[in-house]
Write a protein that binds this ligand. Structure first.
Ligand code: SAM
Length: 291
């Protein structure tokens, strides 16, 4: 039988099940197996790999993963797709479909129960674009034991995720991702490989989870507040952004100046020029700072 990831088979499946797309759930299905093969080649998965997929849709990507990986667990929120997936993925006995919202699912528990015997746990997904960042941050901040990620997303978000200091796309999201992972963009994906074609361009991002976070900070929430605070107004200096971040702005101006000085950061620099190590240096000087 033809791959699910073809226009003709996809149309056939949609027609057979009377399925109509829900835009609100970010439903754009892959209809080109070549793109999928490229991602899977890059991910180097094999029978020792357990894969978590977010949003299998009608199973286009799931099918190709199932042919290479030892095990696939796919979380799909749309109940209407469950009978479709049972039909399309029927021939693959290493696939489990869970009808749950990925943001509410106990993924750690599932990994412990179903994936403990595999060498590696890898997330491979064509993510629903409306919640790309919450999905990734949820996995990362909860330290869900995932070794690597190969995820398709809106190009602009992918560029922010993998951006380095001094570039336009660099911001608090780049830093949060860099804290937990080594992230790189893999390749652009044209709109034409999706049905229906989305309005935005797409990109594949690889993220390898670090053994330890890139910098040592005790309170991650506090650290991320500090990094976010530096980008609230991108054109402003770090000093001015921090005057707004810490209450009673003016009152603390000398202290903030001193804090930045102590951390070795020129207060007139902008957040976009600061590396994660620079922010960690500021964070460490914060200990005795009123906030
Ligand atoms: N993997 C399929 C493909 O590549 O053809 C479908 C990808 S489509 C971009 C995103 C999928 O995620 C849809 O099937 C959608 O129903 C599902 N989805 C949306 N929000 C979700 C959530 N919170 N949890 C799990 N699945 C979700």
């Amino acid at each position: 039988m033809k791959d699910i990831a073809t226009a003709s088979r996809t149309k056939e499946i949609l027609q057979k099940h009377g399925f109509t797309f829900k835009k609100s759930l970010g439903q754009n299905f892959l209809i080109d197996a070549n793109v999928i093969h490229k991602v899977l080649d890059k991910a180097e998965i094999n029978e020792d790999t357990a894969v978590i997929e977010v949003g299998p849709g009608i199973g286009s990507l799931t099918e190709q993963i199932a042919k290479r990986a030892g095990k696939v667990v796919a979380y799909e929120i749309d109940q209407r797709l469950i009978p479709v997936l049972n039909d399309t993925l029927g021939p693959y006995d290493n696939v489990t479909i869970i009808n749950e919202d990925i943001l509410k699912a106990d993924v750690r528990g599932m990994i412990g129960e179903e994936m403990a015997s595999y060498k590696e746990v890898v997330v491979i997904a064509n993510l629903p674009y409306y919640i790309t960042t919450p999905i990734l941050m949820n996995f990362l901040m909860k330290n869900v034991p995932i070794d690597r990620y190969y995820v398709m997303m809106q190009k602009e978000v992918g560029e922010r995720i993998s951006a380095v200091p001094g570039t336009k796309a660099y911001g608090s999201l780049s830093i949060a991702i860099d804290y937990y992972t080594d992230a790189k963009t893999v390749q652009n994906v044209p709109k034409a490989v999706f049905m229906p074609a989305p309005n935005v361009d797409s990109i594949i991002v690889e993220m390898k989870t670090r053994e330890e976070p890139k910098v040592a900070v005790e309170d991650e929430e506090k650290f991320f507040r500090l990094t976010r605070g530096a980008f609230v107004q991108r054109r402003k200096t770090i000093l001015n952004n921090y005057l707004s971040l810490f209450e009673n702005g003016k009152k603390h101006k000398p202290e903030i100046n001193e804090l930045l000085d102590d951390a070795g950061i020129d207060p007139v620099r902008r957040g976009e020029s600061l590396s994660i190590e620079d922010f960690a240096a500021i964070y460490r000087k914060l200990e005795n700072f009123p906030n």
